[in-house]
Ligand binder design. Structure first.
Ligand code: ADP
Ligand code: X2W
Length: 261
């Protein structure tokens, strides 16, 4: 018997949008106009890299993930859970949305495990183990819009830097038990492009096998690889709709790239 679940938008924005004040303002205005509550996940990798540089710390990314030593963990925690998360909460509150900021350990919502140091030692980087979808859905049903920073913790209480795209995927999957979820990855391009230099070359649909081809041919690179892996995992594990689009297209039905099973 199929049950009609309420709909929910789970939206992710990356560092390039957060670092662009007019684009961010228009994006927040758009999502504040959504009548229902929504969940927002944010990254901020670009801003953390700039802050690290100002402090004389070099950042190393491997396959779109940051190698996070103790100095980097302090910076990403301050930047993501502090500056960026509170800025977004304050701006959404000013637009009459009841935003509530979270990291993984707040209310025990997201528990992760430190990444195995083999074959690559990423340091203080976490892979998500558990999301408490029931507790999170209770916050949503009370009318809060949860705003997540990509910082989690393990069961021993160690803070762990976590890829924001992965956090969006895990949270969207966990909430699919309670809602019909649309997961939208918003960034600064019009979608996945067949020619990264041509913003009109949007690929309208991608599935697992076309992703493998795009990766093999070098059309999809860098941070787009983990983003698409996460998008494909989400569609195959219960999320109703998954799309990748420009931040200015967040409310539009058309445009961007849709992930198909
Ligand atoms: N085929 C592609 N189409 C669009 N973007 C791509 C593609 N291949 C690589 N990219 C890169 O992926 C980036 C998005 O991933 P990422 O930097 O992790 O974004 P975010 O910080 O928004 O999560 C784009 O800025 C672009 O440079
Ligand atoms: C482990 C890891 O790589 N964490 C990411 C978290 C931020 C992020 O994902 O930011 P964007 O969405 O803006 O790329 C990082 O520190 O860059």
């Amino acid at each position: 018997m199929s049950v009609n679940l309420p709909t929910l938008q789970v939206i992710k924005i990356g560092g390039n949008v957060i670092d662009n004040p007019p684009l961010l303002e228009a994006f927040l205005r758009d999502i504040a106009s959504i009548k229902e509550t929504f969940v927002l996940l944010h990254g901020g990798g670009k801003i953390a890299t700039e802050m690290a540089k100002e402090l004389g710390i070099t950042s190393q990314m491997i396959d779109g993930r940051r190698v996070t030593d103790t100095a980097s963990l302090r910076i990403v925690t301050m930047v993501y859970a502090g500056w960026i998360n509170k800025t977004l909460v304050a701006k959404l509150q000013s637009k009459q949305k009841n935003a509530l900021g979270f990291t993984g350990p707040d209310a025990g919502l997201v528990i992760s495990k430190k990444r195995n140091p083999l074959p690559i030692d990423y340091g203080w980087v976490g892979d998500i183990d558990q999301v408490n979808g029931k507790a999170l859905s209770d916050f949503i049903k009370q009318g809060y819009c949860p705003i997540f920073a990509p910082i989690t913790a393990d069961k021993e209480g160690n803070l762990l830097n976590t890829n924001a795209d992965t956090m969006a995927q895990a949270i969207a999957i966990a909430l699919s038990e309670f809602f019909e979820v649309t997961l939208t990855y918003c960034f600064e391009k019009n979608g996945v492009l067949s020619n990264p230099d041509d913003d009109h070359s949007v690929i309208p649909h991608i599935n697992q096998s076309s992703f493998m081809e795009l990766k093999k041919s070098g059309i999809v690179t860098a941070g787009m690889i983990p983003k698409l892996e996460n998008a494909i995992k989400a569609i195959s594990q219960g999320v109703n709709t998954v799309k990748l689009c420009h931040a200015s297209q967040v409310l539009l039905q058309e445009g961007g790239t849709r992930i198909t099973a």
